[in-house]
Design a protein around this ligand. Sequence first.
Ligand SMILES: *Cc1c(COP(=O)(O)O)cnc(C)c1O
Length: 432
Amino acid sequence: MFKKSQQLYNKGLVNLVGAVNSPVRAFASVGGNPLFIKKAKGSTITDVDNNTYVDLVLSYGPMILGHRHKKVQKAITKALKKGYSFGASTKNEIKLAKIVCDAFPGMDKVRFVNSGTEAVLSGIRLARAYTGKDKIIKFAGCYHGHQDALLVAAGSGLATLSLPGSKGVPEGAVKNTLIANYNDLESVKAHFDNHNDIAAVIIEPVAGNMGVVTPQDNFLKELKAYINSRGALLIVDEVMTGFRSKFGGAQEVLGVEADITCLGKVIGGGFPVGAYGARNEIMQMVAPLGGMYQAGTLSGNPIAMAAGISTLTELKQQNPYQKFNEIAQIFEGFLLESAKKYGVDITVNRFGSMLNPFFTNKKVTNFKEAQTSDTKKYATFFWEMIKNGVFLPPSQFEAWFLSSALTQKDIEKVAKAIDKSMEKVAKVAVES
Ligand SMILES: *Cc1c(COP(=O)(O)O)cnc(C)c1O
């Protein structure tokens, strides 16, 4: 079933690190070797051995319309004919900036960058520039890209590899990073009681990098009110949730407004785009208006802008958010039903088009609880889903994503696959 993938994997090991360009793709926590992909279309993805799967990875979020949407492909093709990069401003940057600023009320201005990592590291620099303070608070289990300062207790990739942090990060780089617990305002207050130089608190408004963990009731609103009263800014990392939870991100759903918003993933429609934005008074710190330097040779790339504009325009028109909720609820139903049928302990968390099961009998409201999951069971489940034609993230600590291209047939295929996979999980658990 995976012969050609195996061959490519062996070849890839020679000149690539682990044959991958991002660690979670290596399947380290589910065992076995990574699949190599040949192509994708709509709701499905096809590997080099010609196995076709319903895609619930979607490039870890960006492909919200499914793959190769006609309108997006047309826009990209048109842009390609005019040139690939100019190192100068184009009309489409203004167009995408307006779409983004209109979607997020707290954003008067936006700066485009090339990845979510870059968006966040710039957003943090901005918070420090604006407040004149150095410390930041992050939450255990939240991932904000691979910049030094935030590679502590950083969820998915590290959790998958069971690493507390990354080697190569000097102590000095994380000495201004404080860790709080998700859904626990007291743990934030404790830091403010001990430090008077906190510039910002950064959070995934709905965590997606420790598996899906949703914020309780008024957690974000209370967090924002409290930290603003202490002179710190709220950086909402919507790299995953932006345009996915709702067009205006999780902020729109939760009724909270960030001081600084970071975006990525969906905003580039599959191309490398990130962005950070805020109110005018904050954004005017950024060069050339202000003294905070941040730059990029390929930032605002014309092909990427075309992909972003066409993706967001189509997304707004489709308005698939209600449908996403319904499908996620259906998948949750399948999971709970089959788990009950075969006597497997699971908890399902979901928010809009993000969901995943945790193989635990505990509620999961923070990183510690997420880590009670039986990752061996997830590994069994993962491979059985693959064999039954559903592509899932190869880690217990990643969210499954929905695309608006999912069909009724896909949903039925997922249902069958879940039932068979859960049966296998129960069987393996008994045998071992
Ligand atoms: C993916 C992700 C990032 C990093 O984005 P990259 O484009 O991979 O650099 C940052 N924050 C969150 C919440 C993410 O999900």
